[in-house]
Design a binder for this molecule. Structure first.
Ligand SMILES: NC(=O)c1ccc[n+]([C@@H]2O[C@H](COP(=O)([O-])OP(=O)(O)OC[C@H]3O[C@@H](n4cnc5c(N)ncnc54)[C@H](O)[C@@H]3O)[C@@H](O)[C@H]2O)c1
Length: 252
């Protein structure tokens, strides 16, 4: 028996990176898995490769209409969603003086507001069943941050706050809500970050990790699967750091 046998897990941003690893892990643990993303080709390819218990729909998580359509198809295929992974997100490298309000709103709608929108869409079924688990993929930037990343830390700190608030609102229905904060993980997002910086930065970053390496997406997905599962049945309102010891160290 897998630890997610019979569950129906929805993953946002599941076409690649941590999201794709989570889709695969949840399927391996016995769940039906639905996922949305704006990357259609990658999403269809992943879904086709994983078989009939996995379903992909192209949808922008900032669009309540697109979400409603996708969720209704997922519900028809696999029944009510029992676990949600709010994973979709992007980086921001804005200048706090020249950033426009429209750019701020656009970024916050993906990295913060959408987690509430998707939770709002799945919570009625979870409340009716008296059971559910939500994992919000935040970041170590929720507690420490890095210059040139504005306002990513604000969004991810907000996501951890949203996690605490939601956990308190829905806990009495036996719905658990947790954040998981990855450190550096080998994905396209991190590749993009290193490409924008000094080529020597990667070696410096590896050196300050206790484990002298970054995470593989599957290592983050393993912890997400645990938080979704009944093995984490008394874990809620928490923020789990999964960073290979990165934030255990200060400069020097
Ligand atoms: N990689 C890291 O080092 C790292 C560290 C800490 C936190 N995170 C967080 O982990 C999550 C996943 O990151 P990743 O590294 O796998 O990145 P990634 O870019 O490889 O994957 C993110 C996925 O989200 C999708 N997405 C983005 N905006 C979307 C939207 N509006 N609607 C639907 N899908 C959308 C992208 O198309 C992509 O497939 C993000 O929330 C990121 O902030 C990543």
């Amino acid at each position: 028996m897998g630890r997610l046998e019979g569950a129906h897990i929805l993953v946002t941003g599941g076409s690649r990176g941590i999201g794709a690893a989570t889709v695969e892990k949840a399927r391996d643990e016995g769940a039906y898995v639905s996922f949305v993303d704006v990357l259609r080709d990658e999403g269809e390819h992943l879904s086709d490769s994983l078989g009939k218990d996995v379903m992909f729909r192209e949808a922008d998580i900032c669009s309540p209409e697109a979400l409603t359509t996708a969720l209704s198809e997922f519900h028809s295929a696999f029944g009510p969603i029992t676990g949600l992974v709010n994973n979709a997100g992007r980086n921001s490298y804005a200048d706090p003086v020249s950033m426009t309000e429209a750019e701020w709103d656009d970024f916050m709608s993906i990295d913060l507001k959408a987690a509430w929108l998707v939770a709002r869409a799945v919570l009625p079924d979870m409340i009716a069943r008296g059971n559910g688990a939500i994992v919000n993929v935040a970041s170590v930037h929720a507690t420490m941050t890095y210059p040139g990343f504005f306002p990513y830390a604000a969004a991810k700190s907000g996501l951890v706050g949203l996690t605490r608030s939601l956990a308190l609102e829905v806990g009495r229905h036996q719905i658990r809500v947790n954040a998981l904060s990855p450190g550096y993980t080998e994905t396209a997002l991190v590749k993009e970050f290193f490409e924008l910086n000094d080529p020597k930065l990667r070696d410096k970053v590896l050196d300050v990790h206790a484990m002298k390496r970054m995470a593989r997406p599957a290592e983050i997905a393993n912890c997400i699967a645990f938080l979704l599962s009944d093995e984490a049945s008394f874990v809620t309102g928490a923020n789990w750091t999964v960073d290979g010891g990165l934030t255990a160290r200060f400069a020097g």
